[in-house]
Design a protein around this ligand. Structure first.
Ligand code: GRF
Length: 190
């Protein structure tokens, strides 16, 4: 059974979905740690309620990304973590973690990459007027939402749909698709 650390910065609905899937046995993995770079984020409350250990830190208190990623790496090693699962972690992963976790860092992004990388992907899709968008799960490299794609799921955007409506649909998909894809990956079925 793979041991994972979930990295998140905000609301944490994907953290919650991953946790619930672990509890119900749909995702065969163990969440060793929630890592959060935003003290006070709602995801921390979710993790505490779920009984998942929390590592919260302020990047500002470190001289560089190398320094805080070195601290994170030590904690991940102590917890025997196999995979880093990004779930709304609003920060680029740097050289230290990339080096120690090659093809072991996974991200979910709310668009069909390579369309609409970066922030507010759903807003970008709605503003552009595309008729189809979706969700991408990919390995993380040094770029912004650029690593090798693991899986994608598309959704239609109905004419006149608002950003909130599209976002709701995207999140519904994410909450099923992320645990399901992680389970396949961890079981070597991709
Ligand atoms: C999700 O849409 C995910 O695709 C993106 O950030 C959002 C996080 O939402 N990377 P939540 O914090 O899991 O609710």
């Amino acid at each position: 059974m793979k041991k994972i650390a979930v990295f998140a910065s905000g609301n944490g609905s994907n953290f919650q979905a991953i946790h619930d899937a672990v509890e119900s046995g749909k995702l065969r993995a163990e969440i060793k740690l929630l890592v959060c770079d935003k003290p006070g984020a709602f995801v921390i409350e979710r993790a505490r309620k779920a009984g998942v250990p929390v590592l919260e830190f302020s990047p500002k208190q470190y001289a560089s990304k190398v320094e805080f990623e070195t601290m994170l790496h030590e904690e991940l090693q102590k917890n025997d973590v196999d995979y880093i699962v990004l779930a709304g972690y609003m920060r680029l992963i740097g050289s230290v973690l990339l080096k120690h976790y090659p093809e072991r860092i996974i991200n979910i992004h709310p668009s069909l990459l390579p369309a609409f990388p970066g922030v507010d992907a759903i807003g970008q899709a709605v503003a552009t007027g595309v008729k189809v968008t979706g969700v991408t799960i990919h390995f993380v490299d040094e770029g912004m939402d650029t690593g090798p794609i693991i899986a994608q799921r598309a959704i239609d955007i109905q004419d006149g749909a608002t950003k909130d409506e599209v976002a709701q649909k995207v999140h519904e998909i994410e909450h099923e698709f992320y645990p399901e894809t992680l389970d396949k990956l961890f079981e070597g079925k991709r």
